[in-house]
Write a protein that binds this ligand. Structure first.
Ligand SMILES: [Zn+2]
Length: 376
């Protein structure tokens, strides 16, 4: 019942009976408990065609606060959200590119939690939980494999845990982003969505919606090959998608075009912003966007032919920066490289969660646990 109210918005006791198959007495008892616990509140009356008006119920945003942490390759972003995932405060720390030490990253995470809770006057120990999204794989024992950071079996969970007063959850950032886009963003209502996280690295989650919630799994889409004997990739292979559509790959291609101006900014994110501005008129920047769009379209077409998704969502900071300039060309390439009848049922769109998407995705981890087992 709580999941239904959380994911689908206000509903009456009668609606909850229909959605869960529970009896009127059970629904009534559970609602009484949820209201007493502060999770749910009454939200006005709904006219019901001449009958007695029905009371609507909705989740109470003030019930709890959660923190979500986006550990990227160019920044650490920490967000404080209410448990319905409205943003209360954020803190962003830029990082030099390279391979950050686990202890340095753990220090940024704890500093971020302190900063956002202080900004909003929240008690760090009273948080529902802290979710951390990592560009890698988190094993059940908390060890992290993150090839992009050069991490192999790093005990990141054990490094962080002593400094975090609330329950701590770690997971892959593409998977949590997929969950957030399905709950709150461009994936709402999709049956099978692929949520692509475009940044320096490239990943994708396959998210499946069902009345009971959403399940998502990650894939190493960025390391699927789109060109035999192609550009060298960080993973040691050649021709991987990430070597064409990752932020650094795009900037590298741009630099190599004769006549491209020397970069005016130093950071990867700033240089991408400059490139997008430049791409508004014909020239090396516009050519670079078209070049990357072709490879991105090929990567998406492969997913369309393999998995037949009804929606493909481009999310992550690079999608937000580059997406509006690139989307028509990506769509065109997707159509040309996939089978017509497969692509006909696929909608391609940009994520709707903005710059905080990945932090918001991480914040779904403690909420998901609450919805699954009551948080106990
Ligand atoms: Zn690779």
């Amino acid at each position: 019942m709580l999941t239904k109210l959380y994911l689908h918005g206000p509903a009456s006791r009668f609606d909850l009976m229909g959605a869960t198959g529970l009896s009127s007495a059970t629904v009534s008892n559970v609602v009484t408990d949820l209201v007493a616990d502060g999770l749910v509140a009454e939200a006005g009356l709904l006219d019901s065609d001449g009958g007695r008006p029905r009371t609507l119920l909705e989740v109470r945003p003030g019930y709890a606060r959660v923190v979500g942490v986006d550990i990227g390759e160019t920044h650490v972003q920490v967000g404080l959200f209410d448990w319905t995932l409205d943003t209360l405060a954020t803190a962003t720390y830029r990082m030099d590119e390279g391979r950050p030490e686990p202890a340095v990253l753990a220090g940024l995470v704890t500093a971020g939690i302190e900063e956002v809770t202080a900004k909003a006057g929240a008690d760090p120990a009273a948080l529902l939980g802290v979710g951390v999204g990592i560009p890698g794989t988190v094993l059940p024992d908390g060890l992290v494999h993150a090839p992009t950071f050069g991490w192999s079996g790093v005990p990141f969970d054990a490094l962080l845990r002593p400094h975090v007063a609330a329950p701590l959850h770690l997971d892959n950032c593409a998977r949590t982003l997929g969950q957030a886009e399905m709950w709150r963003g461009a994936g709402r209502g999709a049956q099978r969505a692929i949520v692509a996280l475009l940044a320096v690295g490239v990943g994708a989650a396959v998210a499946t919606g069902s009345p009971g919630g959403v399940t998502s799994t990650t894939s190493e889409w960025g390391h699927t090959v789109v060109e035999a004997g192609g550009a060298p990739c960080r993973c040691g292979s050649y021709g991987c998608l990430e070597a064409y559509v990752g932020a650094e790959a795009i900037l590298r291609h741009y630099r190599q075009i004769p006549g491209a101006p020397a970069p005016a900014s130093t950071g990867v994110e700033e240089r991408i912003t400059d490139l997008v501005t430049e791409a508004a008129r014909p020239g090396p920047a516009a050519d670079t966007v078209r070049w990357a769009a072709e490879y991105l379209g090929i990567g998406i077409a492969n997913l369309v032919n393999l998995l037949s998704p009804d929606r493909v969502i481009l999310s992550g900071w690079l999608s937000m920066a580059l997406g509006p300039a690139m989307l028509p060309a990506v769509h065109d390439a997707m159509r040309r490289h996939s089978l017509d009848y497969m692509a006909a049922g696929t909608r391609l769109e940009l994520g709707r969660l903005g710059q905080e998407a990945v932090a918001l995705g991480a914040a779904t981890l403690p909420v998901h646990e609450l919805l699954t087992d009551g948080g106990r």
